[in-house]
Design a protein around this ligand. Structure first.
Ligand code: FAD
Ligand code: 5PR
Length: 379
């Protein structure tokens, strides 16, 4: 029988501010569910900032749902173990009972998500800065253009204008430590004897607090995180003060020499943001805009991606977008809150230096499977 209902079913439209890992995930997931999606990126080009990133089971499952997992797995690495050293002695080697995890460069992950966004037909606008949003479903751009949509996603990072234009109640604080993050050549053949395919979290509390998180991304690229207190002028200096780092980590000299050449190196302190709510009307905040966290558990992007993907599930499951957003926050936020709290405690107390700190509680976010909405990989 011919379809006698001639009213066109209206395609729902989402406007997403920010093409980081959170915004790209939200845009792809919504588009895959049939939404019209426009993604606004303030910068003139689509590129990832920063160096390397860890993804765990939760983030990898999101990539599976976005049909990007196989591409991301190519040219990335799962170390045989996550090793912790204290004063150059190994104190633990963790393998997480088989829980999947992966290290990669940020540009690798970002490129894969951008390619997928384009492939599914997300309308990406660069040089398009969002300056404000209205809970009734409006996004205002820097050009003065005001766009109406069924859903506005604020994924515009830690200094979110979407968030601040609406006025959520927030707590923000910085930590005493910070980190220089770089990608350098592996130089494996020059490092001498050692298990250099492992992640090695090398801590020193004495004579100065200096730590290197050594994270191989693939055969060629190594992610180095060089941590020092922000009140240590030499440890926090960029470009790198080669002498203080080689003195403490002489066995990494070939890599550190390369690191010291990088003029663009930045020292960043950790930031935490906590909001009274992640949603207002038709506006949802995801990623660092909603819940910037300390990196100790390497879950900032993982939680961002899970939350963005879960949002796309919940707007399908509820009658109105407003109801869906409230249900989404109630359902998914507790995992992020607990992870943010443990990450903050670990960062404040430098707890990872003790080794064996990836307890079942610490791995809660990592064990979550956002596709099924259950915890996998019991620890
Ligand atoms: P962002 O990456 O900040 O993206 C925001 C995007 O929005 C950018 O492209 C920006 O240009 C754009 N933008 C900004 N303002 C506007 C605007 N007004 N209009 C339009 N566009 C705008 N997480 C992990 O999961 N694993 C890790 O191993 C890990 N390591 C970390 C290490 C360190 C030292 C730190 C500090 C964080 C780490 N994180 C890690 C956390 C992770 O980097 C962040 O949580 C994640 O990148 C946040 O993604 P996002 O998309 O919310 O924000
Ligand atoms: N884990 C990861 C990381 O990048 C950092 C930390 C822990 C993957 C910092 O860069 O504890 O600071 C940390």
């Amino acid at each position: 029988m011919a379809n006698i209902n001639n009213s066109p079913s209206k395609t729902r439209r989402a406007e997403v501010a920010g093409a980081g890992f959170a915004g790209l995930t939200a845009a792809i997931a919504l588009r895959q569910n049939g939404w019209d999606v426009r993604l606004h990126e303030r910068s003139g080009e689509l590129r990832a900032f920063g160096a390397g990133i860890y993804l765990w089971h939760n983030g990898l499952r999101v990539l599976e749902a976005l049909d990007s997992l196989n591409e991301v797995l190519q040219g990335t690495h799962t170390p045989p173990a996550y090793e912790t050293w204290m004063h150059n002695k190994s104190v633990s080697k963790e393998t997480f009972n088989g829980l999947p995890w992966r290290i990669m460069t940020r540009s690798h992950l970002h490129n894969a998500l951008v390619a997928r966004a384009k492939a599914v037909g997300v309308d990406i606008r660069v040089n398009s800065e969002a300056v404000a949003a209205d809970p009734s479903g409006q996004l205002t751009l820097q050009t003065g253009e005001v766009i109406e949509a069924d859903l506005i996603v604020g994924a515009d990072g830690v200094s979110s204008k979407v968030r601040d234009s609406i006025g959520f109640k927030q707590e923000r604080w910085g930590s005493k430590d910070g980190i220089i993050r770089l990608i350098v050549p592996r130089k494996k053949a020059e490092l001498g004897y050692g298990e250099w395919d492992n992640t090695i979290d090398m801590w020193n509390h004495w004579p100065r607090v200096q730590r290197i998180l050594y994270s191989p991304c693939n055969d060629e690229e190594l992610y180095l995180g060089l941590m020092a207190p922000s009140d240590d002028p030499r440890g926090s200096r960029v470009p790198l003060d080669l002498e203080v780092w080689v003195e403490m980590f002489p066995f990494l000299e070939p890599c550190l020499v390369e690191a010291a050449k990088l003029q663009s190196a930045r020292y960043d302190r950790y930031e935490t943001t906590k909001l009274d709510s992640w949603t207002r009307g038709k506006v949802a905040l995801v990623g660092d805009a909603a819940h910037a966290m300390c990196p100790a558990l390497a879950q900032g992007a993982g939680c961002a991606m899970v939350n963005a993907f879960s949002l796309s599930q919940d707007v399908e499951a509820h009658g109105s977008v407003e109801d869906a957003l409230v249900a989404w926050e109630t359902r998914i936020r507790p995992i992020t809150d607990r992870t943010q709290q443990i990450s903050a405690d670990y960062a404040a107390n430098r707890s990872l230096s003790k080794g064996n700190m990836f307890t079942p509680e610490a791995l809660e976010a990592a064990r979550y499977d956002p596709i099924k909405g259950v915890y996998s990989w019991p620890q």
